[in-house]
Structures are given as C-alpha cells and as structure tokens.
Design a protein around this ligand. Sequence first.
Ligand SMILES: [Cu+2]
Length: 268
Amino acid sequence: MKKFWSLFFFFWPVVAIWSCWIAPARGWWFATEAMSPLGERIDGLFYLILGIVTVVFIGTQFALGYALWQSAVKGEDQKAQFSHGSHSLELIWTVVPSFVLVFIALYQMDVWAEFRVQSFYPNQTQEDGPQLEFMARQFEWRVRYPEPGTELQNQPQPGDLYAVNEMHVVTGRPVKFNLRTDDVQHAFFAPELRVKQDAVAGLIIPVWFEIPKAGEYAVVCAELCGWGHYKMRATIVAESQAKVDEYLSNLQSEQNFDGVVTVDDEDE
Ligand SMILES: [Cu+2]
C-alpha cells in the first residue's frame, strides 16, 4: 500500500506533462492566437510563468513521490529521518522563490508599462488623442465618435455620432479610446486582443490596442454587473481607413436624417 501512494504521487506530474504537451494541438484550455502585437508579448509572459510553475510543480511532486518511495522500501525497524528546523532548507526555499518573483516582476515591467502607463503608450496614440468613447451601461456598450474632422470631448457634443455594441477601428494603427461607465462597475475585455480593463464610475480611462488584421473581434463585460451581464457583448470591426470613413459618414447621414422624404428623393 505504501508503494501505491508513492506511485500515486509520481503519476500526477506525468499526467500533467502529458496533458500540457498534447493540449495546444487539441485546442484544450489554451486561448486562441493573440491578434495584437502587445497580446503576443502578454502571451509570452503567460507562457514564461506557466513554464516556471510547471517546473516547480513537477519538482515538488517528484520530491514528494521520492520521499514516500524511500519510506515505502525501508525496513520496519529503520528509523525515519527527522529534518525539521533545517536552516539551509529554510533559506533555500525562501531565497529561490524570492528571486523567481523579483525576476518576474522586473521582466514584465516593459509590457505592463506599455499596456497601462500612458506615457509609454505608442507615440501615435499620444499625438492623436482618443478616437472614441466606449461607455458601459447596464446592459450594453455605447460608442460615441466625435463629428468627423473634430476631436473627442469628454462632454457629449451636438455633432457626435453614436452606435451601440459596435466599434469600428482602422487596422494596423494603434487605437486609443476612453473607457467609461454610466452606472455600476463594468470591465472591457477583448479576449483575442488580450486587453482587459475595468470601467470605474467617475473615471475616464484611456485604453489602447492595435489590430494588424482586418476582421471582427469580440468584446465582453468581465465584471458581474447585474442580471443582464451576459448580454454585454460587442464587436470591434477592424477595417481600412476608407471603410471606417464610409461607416462614419453613413452614421452621420442616418443621424441627421429628419424623416422627411423630398419629391426629388421619391423620383429616384
Ligand atoms: Cu457589465
């Protein structure tokens, strides 16, 4: 029975290695490919930490299995070795993890700064200013674009253009927008872009991302914000500058349409 338990603890790290090895090919657990350059770097950090954790998990499990196996094959009359209070062991398992944590903290600083610290955002986003406002409210995302040719103001302007649950942005260029909430706390989460940011009442939070490839990307709310939380899904449509301009001018003529059809229009 003692041998069974030592083998039992050897078994799990083997299962872990095997399942992690085949998981990416089978599409288990792992996120889809990152669709933004910063997302790829965030994934790099994720895999680095996963690698460190894997080594520690396998190491500790094998050490446990080995200790159990040693006592299982020992004769009944042999005394167990008692090592409680070993200063060198205490030092090793305090200093080594501290170094690992300090290493991770320093190593991730560049990515963190680029993601969160405004002065490290790409130059273009600092020169251009925010392109739109993404307002979370129970239970939808309201998009507010400035009137084409003008700059976004924090207060709504008469010429602003509005949309719901759909954000159109230009591909291959950093996009910065203001994230806000109209009521409770929500969270903007675009999984394929690896961007997640809380929307906090009273704050205007600038968020940026860049999408190199045209397409549609999901946005969900990642904060349990009420009964309709599940409904807070939006789409980011990444397309060429010409298509975004066309979309905005359509939006503008739709919003400015007064409902009156002239005789000329009817003739056409
Ligand atoms: Cu929400």
